[in-house]
Design a binder for this molecule. Structure first.
Ligand code: KDG
Ligand code: MG
Length: 402
């Protein structure tokens, strides 16, 4: 069997998605997510101009060799654009292998380690009261694990606060929206939010929180300490992690579990964090960390240090990524949790899939491959709509981390 053709589809059923479709000379089709929020066309071009010409004529069953060829062969290693493109190829090839073998992807990885995958949803509100209510709605929907983000008094446009009740979309304007960050106000407010949440709902639901790279290591240590009584499932991205050593200080001062890695692309981005056991959960995901082939390598390495997986799953990762991630999660022995923000009905219609939500868990389907397809005619009705992620500044104008 040979790869006969490949093409990139960019569509915007409410938000932008980039999808790679690979076809074999025997009529088997596989698809992979290639969405990099706010930088979609860079990956589309990387695939169309540089990767697809190298794929034509190759044997699609040689997933590992093609991965190595694209990674080593580019000379320019790592980075979000290249690794997202490689992930798209890898996911599409696993999809093809599943279809050729007539097996769901999790079977090719080694079979089920669990029947269903624990997911966490996103509850958010404009203020403390509405966030407490939003968490209650997620509990009513059956979620056992809920991420809580709230508007903060004195901060305009806090991270994670949506326009609707069940989702938020940060990429909201043609040019980046400017937001102003105030660490002191946040550090004062965050423990009060979790006081109220534990008071309202007890310790039954697992609660998570995303700091979204806003703190210094010492501030992160302070926050982790102040949240210890609330027993969070995790505190995410407390400080930027380019400097992995920075987490030593946080770790020394708090037992609040730490999660990092949604912006990571390779095992090298998290090697020290994992081998020094500076984190509890690694958030690297199929679409941004080189596909199933590379994510498996990261997860196996993490397992040696009792670090568990907690893959990124915001709405900017398409249902194709979610489908592949759920097969991965169903297999991976050191599974922790999977993020799950529901996609809109328009998105679900463009990407028909066989995974389903039940009692706070997602269950992957049994169809061969990863179980997600694309309705190309429908996708063509939603043209690309360029949107940027916001930026953050301190009140004196200094650029900060969004
Ligand atoms: O594109 C950026 C989003 O995926 C990110 O802001 C979401 O931090 C995020 C999360 O934890 O889902
Ligand atoms: Mg995050």
């Amino acid at each position: 069997m040979k790869i006969a053709s490949a093409r990139v589809i960019v569509t915007c059923p409410g938000r932008n998605f980039v999808t790679l479709v690979i076809e074999t000379d025997q009529g088997v089709t596989g698809i992979g997510d290639a969405t990099l929020n706010g930088r979609e066309l860079a990956v589309a071009s990387y695939l169309t101009d540089h990767v697809i010409p190298c794929l034509i004529g190759r044997d699609p069953s040689q997933i590992e060799d093609i991965w190595q060829y694209l990674y080593r062969g580019a000379y320019w290693r790592r980075g979000p654009v290249g690794m997202t493109a490689i992930a798209a190829v890898d996911t599409a090839l696993w999809d093809i292998k599943g279809k050729v073998c007539g097996q769901p992807l999790y079977q090719l990885l080694g079979g089920k380690s669990r029947e269903r995958v624990l997911v966490y949803g996103h509850a958010n509100g404009a203020d403390l009261h509405s966030t407490v209510e939003a968490v209650g709605r997620y509990i009513e929907m059956g979620y056992h694990a809920i991420r809580a983000q709230s508007g903060i008094p004195g901060i305009d446009k806090a991270y994670g606060v949506g326009r609707g009740d069940t989702y938020y979309e940060p990429a909201d304007a043609r040019l980046p929206t400017e937001t102003v960050w105030d660490t002191a106000k946040y550090l004062d407010f965050a423990p009060r939010l979790f006081d109220k949440l534990r008071e309202a709902y007890g310790f039954g639901p697992q609660l998570l929180h995303d700091v979204h790279h806003r703190l210094t290591p010492n501030e992160a240590a302070q926050l982790g300490k102040s949240l210890e009584p609330h027993r969070l499932f995790w505190m995410e991205d407390a400080t930027p992690a380019e400097n992995q050593e920075a987490f030593r200080h946080i770790r020394r001062h708090t037992t609040t579990p730490l999660a990092v890695g949604e912006v990571f692309n390779t095992i090298w981005d998290c090697k020290q964090l994992i081998e020094e056991q500076l984190i509890d959960y690694i958030r690297a995901t199929v679409v941004h960390a080189g596909g199933i082939t590379h994510l498996r390598r990261i997860a196996d390495f993490a397992a040696m240090y009792q670090v568990r997986t907690g893959s990124h799953g915001a709405t900017d990762l398409s249902p194709v990524c979610m489908g592949a991630a759920l097969h991965f999660d169903t297999w991976v022995p050191n599974f922790g949790i999977q993020e799950y923000m529901r996609h809109t009905e328009e998105t679900d219609a463009v990407f028909p899939h066989d995974y389903r939500f039940e009692d706070g868990h997602l269950i992957c389907g049994e169809s061969p491959g990863h179980g997600v397809t694309i309705d190309e005619a429908l996708a063509a009705k939603y043209p690309y709509n360029p949107m940027c992620l916001p930026v953050a500044r301190l009140s004196d104008g200094t650029m900060w981390n969004w």
